[in-house]
Design a protein around this ligand. Structure first.
Ligand code: SF4
Length: 98
C-alpha cells in the first residue's frame, strides 16, 4: 500500500477534513492517477437537507433523533448516506433496532 499511496488530508462527509486521514497516489505513479489522466473535477459532497449523518457518525445523535428517520428516509428510499448500505449506521439501526 505505502509503495503506491501516501497519506493526505481527506474530507469526511459530515465531519470535515481530517489531517493525514486519506491516501493519495504517489507522484511516481501519476500515470495511473485517474484524476490527472482524465482531468476530472470531483465536486464536494453535500449533505442532504435535514440529514443528521454527520452528527450520528460523531456519536452526537442516534438515528431516531433525525427528523427524517423512518418518515421519508428508509433503506428503500435513502435520503442520506447513512441509510444507503448495509454498513450504514441508520440502515443497521433500522434493520436491527426494535
Ligand atoms: S441517513 Fe436518513 S435517517 Fe440517517 S441521518 Fe441521514 S436523513 Fe436521517
Amino acid at each position: 500500500m505505502y509503495q503506491v499511496f501516501e497519506p493526505t488530508d481527506a474530507p469526511w462527509r459530515g465531519i470535515g477534513t481530517i489531517a493525514e486521514s486519506g491516501l493519495k497516489i504517489r507522484k511516481e505513479f501519476d500515470s495511473f492517477n485517474a484524476e490527472k489522466k482524465f482531468d476530472l473535477a470531483v465536486p464536494d459532497s453535500k449533505e442532504p437537507k435535514g440529514c443528521a449523518c454527520g452528527e450520528i457518525l460523531l456519536g452526537l445523535k442516534t438515528p431516531p433523533e433525525c427528523p427524517l428517520y423512518k418518515k421519508v428516509c428508509v433503506p428503500e428510499y435513502p435520503v442520506g448516506p447513512c441509510m444507503v448500505s448495509t454498513e450504514g449506521t441508520c440502515a443497521a439501526y433500522y434493520k436491527y433496532h426494535t
